[in-house]
Write a protein that binds this ligand. Structure first.
Ligand code: PLP
Length: 367
């Protein structure tokens, strides 16, 4: 039996339309998109159509660079701090995904001073702390659009405006919100990932505002505007482009469906406490806890539902969730938290069935 999939923050299934669009570029059209002959140019044209499809969802006055993942896009984006003369400070929200948080911390080894901005007990960045921190020494501020663990939506537009007041760059990790909710129009760098929007794994992109200087991350043949060498995969680019277009075309329908699923789940998990803000939340994420519950045991008892304890990335690394800790949760509360992620292809019946299985196992454990 295939489990009910409620882990759409970890990854999403490939949309059938995306699979269909990718297939010819895997099967018959094998051209190198960087070759000048007809077969290569056909592949190159498909890559450029995909680039435009992704760019259509992003602010104007910028360029899209394809990468292998959002993690790579974020690493590429951070390079911008190197050309910020006289600025050696980086600030990111404490609850950022490791792709941003660990990269920012690594820059300490490069002579930068990295600050982790605190959040309140709802998971929202404390803007007064950011205001007090910003200075003419600030090179970059990193803030995520939607938190992958708790679904909280950060005030990214306001953060971008504050960063710009001191001429700092603003990097937005938009992985969990791209194609679903509004992007910060004033950000300078925006990272996104294919596999979170019903596209393929192995591709992401970085949007870069015009005029921002980026040193190469990968050296070689000079592909991707000289910053990310290596032959592009037309199939993956077409997959990302098609997935982005589909998100744009179905945005209202998708969001209405996800809000329905979320309100059903909220009523079925009424005995649980929600981690993070209820107001500033992406509806597709529900992070909840029942004090006293052993989630590791719950997960092995409930084999019929694929869900996550904390975050998929955090549990993969064996690290306790730094996000839930930043909210002020005790270690025991962190261990009693689960994350449910709803997506386009879930049904109300699946949510009902999953709630029944999880609540039943939790009830047995807690009785
Ligand atoms: N940022 C956020 C918020 C994420 O949720 C993830 C993946 O879980 C990433 C970055 C990394 O994305 P990728 O898997 O494309 O490297």
């Amino acid at each position: 039996m295939t489990p009910i999939y409620l882990d759409n923050q970890a990854t999403t299934p490939l949309a059938p339309e995306v699979f269909d669009a990718m297939l010819p570029w895997l099967k018959d059209n094998f051209g190198n998109p960087h070759s000048p002959h007809l077969i290569g140019r056909r592949a190159g044209a498909a890559v450029e159509v995909a680039r435009e499809q992704v760019a259509a969802l992003l602010p104007q006055s910028g360029r899209v660079i394809f990468t292998a993942s959002a993690t790579e896009a974020i690493n590429l984006a951070f390079g911008a701090v190197r050309s910020r003369q006289g600025r050696d400070q980086i600030a990111v929200i404490d609850t950022e995904h490791a792709a941003v948080r660990d990269t920012a911390l690594w820059y300490r080894t490069q002579g930068f001073k990295t600050t982790l901005l605190p959040v309140d007990r709802y998971g929202l960045v404390v803007l007064e702390e950011l205001e007090a921190y910003l200075s003419p020494k600030t090179a970059l501020v990193g803030a995520m659009l939607v938190n992958n663990e708790i679904g909280v939506i950060q005030p990214v537009e306001q953060i971008a405006e504050m960063a710009h007041r001191v001429d700092a760059l603003m990097l937005c990790d938009a992985v969990q919100g791209f194609g679903r909710i509004a992007l910060p129009q004033h950000a300078d760098l925006i990272a996104l990932s294919g596999h979170k929007i019903y596209g393929p794994k192995g591709i992401g992109a970085l949007w870069v505002r015009d005029g921002i200087d980026l040193p190469p991350l990968i050296h070689g043949g000079g592909q991707e505007q000289g910053v990310r060498s290596g032959t592009l995969s037309p199939a993956l680019c077409v997959g990302l482009g098609t997935a982005a277009k589909l998100c744009a075309d179905r945005r209202q329908e998708d969001m209405a469906h996800i809000i329905n699923l979320a309100s059903k789940a909220q009523s079925l998990f009424g005995d649980w406490t929600v981690n993070g803000s209820m107001d500033q939340r992406y509806a597709g994420n529900l992070n909840i806890r029942r004090d006293g519950l052993d989630v590791a045991r719950l997960m092995s008892d409930v084999r019929g539902v694929a869900f996550s304890a904390g975050s998929a990335c955090a549990s993969g690394s064996g690290r306790p969730s730094h996000v839930l800790a930043a909210l002020g949760l005790e270690p025991a509360q962190i261990k009693s938290s689960i994350r449910l992620g709803f997506g386009r292809y879930n049904s109300i019946e699946e949510v009902e069935q999953a709630a029944q299985l999880i609540n039943q196992a939790a009830g047995i454990q807690l009785s």
